[in-house]
Design a protein around this ligand. Sequence first.
Ligand SMILES: Nc1ncnc2c1ncn2[C@@H]1O[C@H](COP(=O)(O)OP(=O)(O)OP(=O)(O)O)[C@@H](O)[C@H]1O
Length: 348
Amino acid sequence: MDTTPSHAAITFREVSKTWPQRGGAVAALDRVSLDVQAGGITGVIGRSGAGKSTLLRLVNGLERASAGRVEVLGRDVTTARGRELRSLRRDVGMIFQHFNLLANRTVRGNVALPLEIAGVARPEIDRRVARLIDLVGLGALADRYPAQLSGGQKQRVGIARALATEPKVLLSDEATSALDPETTQAVLALLRDINRELGLTILLITHEMAVVRDICHHVAVMEAGRIVETGETYDIFANPQDPVTRSFLSGVTGTVLPGFIARRIVPGGDGPAILRITFAGDSATHPVLSRLGAELGIDASILGGSIEEIDGRPFGNLTVQVPADALPRAQEYLHAHDLRTEVLGHVG
Ligand SMILES: Nc1ncnc2c1ncn2[C@@H]1O[C@H](COP(=O)(O)OP(=O)(O)OP(=O)(O)O)[C@@H](O)[C@H]1O
């Protein structure tokens, strides 16, 4: 996919943000550059304190950069003030981990709020609110108050409210972190539908790689105020480069070794090799193990594995044990078939 700035809905150029602190300053963002593709879903993942919220809040002017430039839909947020900033904010909706609904307003009243603030006429407000409430599947609950809703329903209200001013960009600040796994799936599916149907650009921050896997087309990995890796989600899963990315992936791609295997690997061991094979793209469904046996006479025993779908494409990992003396031939064969391998160690 083209990554030139002309196709970006949001661009960060050499953006830094420092907070004054006693005895110095803390750099929340350190010369971050990123293009967020128009019409796509981009995830920013990082540990607590990596700078994700700060990055997100620069997009709608809730925070201002200390240096660098942030452009949204071709407009410079870094310098926007007053009327210009208000108009920009109407183009950028936001949803939050804790929903931020007004307790004394019904579902209808919460969704109507941004339109009331924007001075939209009442009949138009009523029309738009009814449509939005239907869009997020809350038609039957329009007159309930937030306290009478589940977490997932509250987030649907948050989404409807964020869409009220017909924004072109939606920011999501850990929108599913407070929800159970099933509700998370339903809310992610709603975001995916909205992205597809409305062509909305979504920029979300999360600390869960599963969220990235499930809905993001692109991902940027942050650590200590910097972006350490960025790319299409599938490529990042199939071929992660940075240790931070690898550690995030270890929880979701079946790459964590079960204890019974990990305990067998000993430093300096010279017994059978434990090999991880990564299957991506077309190679994901090749019967390579049986061919290793049939063509090379190498017996590989399966220790663990998983296969899943990322961005509609198959992706898998297989951990196998092969005799130490057969390892070079096995790897050569696997590499010739476009499979990646990693020697995790040797049994002692
Ligand atoms: N208003 C503030 N004043 C001072 N320091 C701040 C402020 N907001 C954030 N920071 C600091 O900036 C750094 C980045 O914080 P930020 O909230 O962007 O991280 P995060 O990746 O979103 O973390 P989390 O996942 O915990 O929300 C942290 O070191 C944080 O302590």
